[in-house]
Design a binder for this molecule. Structure first.
Ligand SMILES: [Zn+2]
Length: 374
């Protein structure tokens, strides 16, 4: 507990909603709702304490707020404020201030940092996670609707160092599907348009651009030097090939790979995070599909008359991008926790709100990550 004095200026922290329910003259019920994890805390208190809660502000000394509520800083008031601080509802000193991260950065990402604090319950752990994010370099292969959607969300989470890889230029239809801002970007290399997005959103951005395709012989050392995590949304020549190429490299160099979803006929699909020697690799997935689809014959699509349903709208790509960005955040919150990164693949069906998911196990004989490897 930080020392309370009349000169201190406690404030209600960001991300906690307060609801007051007056009962009778002597008591008031207060509900605190934490937006991050929906934790609810209900208390009974004197109406004057409820008034005090409403008046707390970091720009006003506690002495003035107490006067407005006709209170003094006696043992009872101190105990009430200490209780609120212990529950993470008010802050006396900024728990997010840290010498490790720039003050402006902490200010920009305050909402997220408080949300992390609700989950991790320790300012030190919050700083560790956000510092990891601050320092990380993410290589994004493929800068279409899903790739740029992920990029946009990573910037909003505080990621700032990127290698961006794509060979194509922005086309007219990209404006309606991707987060590129203006039609003036039509004709620009996608890497440049994506850089503009990062420059706009990220704190102190550091961006490397590679206008190139991902071919069998592409030298990845050059593209991903210093990379902490790779994201793949490159679907040319085919996303299965690009995933396998990147996954084998990821295994050799111990770099996690987000094989994002959302392609072609698999709109609103969830991709999987491949963590070397923890989760299955892309070869394990390929073997699984090869085996399970051996006797597969094309069947009629479950949705008849699909003309009436949404097709390749940007909203569906944004769904896939959001789930990938959350998987990445989960990984950065817990890089050592194997269970936290074990998410599998799935697909969301908008027409009936159902979600198909399935889990692929690691193939013990996998030629890339199992006993079968050379
Ligand atoms: Zn494998």
């Amino acid at each position: 507990m930080t020392k309370l004095s009349e000169a201190s200026a406690p404030e209600l922290r960001d991300g906690v909603e307060v609801f007051l329910f007056p009962r009778n003259g002597d008591s008031c019920q207060v509900l605190f709702l934490f937006l991050s994890n929906r934790r609810r805390l209900r208390i009974e208190c004197k109406p004057a304490f409820a008034m005090l809660l409403k008046g707390l502000s970091k720009t006003q000394p506690l002495a003035d707020t107490l006067k407005e509520s006709r209170l003094v800083l006696d043992d009872e008031t101190s105990a009430f404020l200490s209780f609120l601080e212990g529950e993470g509802i008010i802050t006396l000193s900024d728990p997010l201030a840290s010498g490790q991260l720039p003050t402006e950065y902490v200010e920009q990402y305050k909402r997220q940092l408080y949300f992390l604090l609700d989950i991790l319950r320790s300012p030190q752990k919050v700083h560790e996670v956000q510092k990891r994010i601050f320092d990380a370099q993410i290589a994004v292969f493929g800068l279409g609707a899903v790739g740029c959607g992920i990029l946009q969300q990573l910037c909003m989470m505080g990621f700032r160092r990127f290698a961006l890889i794509d060979y194509a230029d922005v086309e007219e239809n990209d404006i309606a599907r991707t987060p590129f801002q203006t039609a003036s970007q039509i004709g620009l290399p996608k890497t440049l348009a994506a850089k503009a997005l990062v420059d706009d959103l990220a704190f102190d951005p550091v961006v490397r651009l590679h206008n190139t395709t991902l071919q069998t012989r592409t030298d990845l050392d050059d593209l991903v030097q210093g990379t902490t995590l790779m994201v793949n949304t490159a679907d040319e020549p085919y996303v299965g090939y690009t995933n396998i190429k990147l996954s084998r490299y990821a295994l050799q160099h111990d770099i996690p790979l987000m094989a994002a979803g959302g392609f072609d006929a698999h709109l609103a699909s969830l991709g999987e995070l491949l963590v070397p020697h923890v989760t299955p690799c892309a070869d394990c997935y390929a073997t699984y599909f090869h085996e399970s689809l051996k006797d597969w014959k094309p069947v009629p699509h479950p949705v008849k008359e699909r003309e009436g349903w949404f097709g390749g709208l940007g909203s569906l790509s944004a769904f896939s991008a959001s789930t990938a960005a959350l998987d990445i955040l989960t990984y950065f919150m817990n890089p050592q926790d194997k269970r936290a990164v074990a998410g599998g693949r799935g697909e969301f069906h908008f027409h009936d709100y159902s979600l198909d998911t399935f889990t692929v196990e690691r193939d013990a004989h996998c030629q890339s990550c199992g006993e079968g490897r050379a």
